[in-house]
Design a protein around this ligand. Structure first.
Ligand code: NAP
Length: 283
């Protein structure tokens, strides 16, 4: 039987199918090259953890935060983008087998139907990939070239010129989108718009989320909140930077309830509009 959820907001309260829930958002139609539509998706516990740290101080994603239902929705969001932003840390984790591959559409059995959906929407089979990195020290996965994806490396003006040269010699375009070593959300989003991208899915971590929100470039935040108090003395939360003030004030657009998640705790699937986004000054 197809999995269903309960819509808690907006009214009316209603049972809805999980499959297709986020495809109906048609995010791929919301952006333009002048104002790319940037969205992100995070999993958190009720006490705000997105990751815990192991004994060596290495962050990891606890298994109990993830469920197949959440992953299906992640894939529905991913297939609507013409550009994915990931980062050096993910590529290092991927090469060590600590995280699975999320760089191509239609490869995971839970999202096998999504390549067809994407093509029916008039999108290219695979999105471009942008790798944000300050160190420029990461392995490039074979799958990007094999899938014919455009691939860019984004860094700051202060990046090591030897590393910049290394990637250019391998044929990659390096985008400078920050004054120091870090990538800044505003500069990167505007640059990607000039390259022709309209719908950008941030599949990076808390630092990229921080800069996108702080610079009013995030349009929508999707958040899965699992009903568990996780604890753990060392942890990461959504935004690592200083106090955000009104940049962090969000408006809830929808809220769905999944009472029977396989972890034994229920979960909410929430969607928030970022209030600062509309008034952001575009460069
Ligand atoms: N629960 C969730 O939904 C969720 C989502 C994402 C991540 N996580 C977890 O949270 C923990 C920390 O996240 P993370 O390691 O993915 O991300 P992160 O700590 O935000 O960033 C990791 C790496 O990304 C690059 N990077 C990030 N922001 C950058 C910027 N503005 N400019 C240039 N480079 C930038 C840097 O790579 P270089 O070192 O190459 O410079 C950095 O070391 C991990 O355990 C991860 O699994 C959880």
């Amino acid at each position: 039987m197809p999995k269903s959820l309960f819509r808690l907001y907006p009214p009316p309260y209603e049972e809805v199918s999980l499959k297709g829930l986020y495809l109906r958002e048609l995010l791929n139609q919301r952006g333009s090259t002048e104002r790319p539509f940037v969205y992100a998706n995070f999993l958190t516990s009720l006490d705000g953890r997105i990751a815990l740290e192991d004994a060596k101080g290495e962050p990891y994603l606890p298994k109990s935060l993830t469920t197949p239902d959440d992953f299906r929705l992640f894939l529905e969001l991913q297939c609507q983008a013409d550009c994915l932003i990931t980062h050096g840390g993910y590529l290092r984790a991927l090469s060590r087998g600590r995280l699975g591959n999320i760089l191509q559409i239609g490869v995971h059995p839970l999202g096998a139907d999504l390549l067809g959906w994407r093509i029916r929407q008039g999108l290219s089979p695979q999105p471009a990939v942008v790798i944000a990195s300050a160190s420029l020290d990461f392995p490039m996965p074979e799958s990007i070239r094999k899938s014919g994806q455009s691939c860019y490396i984004a860094t700051g003006e202060g990046a090591d010129p030897v590393r910049v040269d290394f990637w250019r010699k391998q044929g990659y375009e390096v985008i400078f989108a920050g004054q120091g070593r870090m990538v800044e959300g505003g500069l990167l989003t505007s640059h990607l718009g000039r390259l022709g991208y309209r719908t950008i899915y941030l599949v990076a971590g808390p630092h990229m989320l921080d800069t996108m929100v702080r610079e009013s470039r995030l349009s929508l935040l999707f958040q899965t909140i699992t009903h568990q108090l996780m604890g753990g003395e060392a942890f990461s939360s959504l935004v690592p930077g200083p106090e955000l003030g009104s940049f962090g004030h969000l408006r809830m657009v929808s809220l769905y309830y999944d009472p029977v998640a396989p972890t034994g705790a229920g979960q909410w699937f929430a969607q928030f509009e970022c209030s600062g986004h509309e008034s952001a000054g575009w460069r």
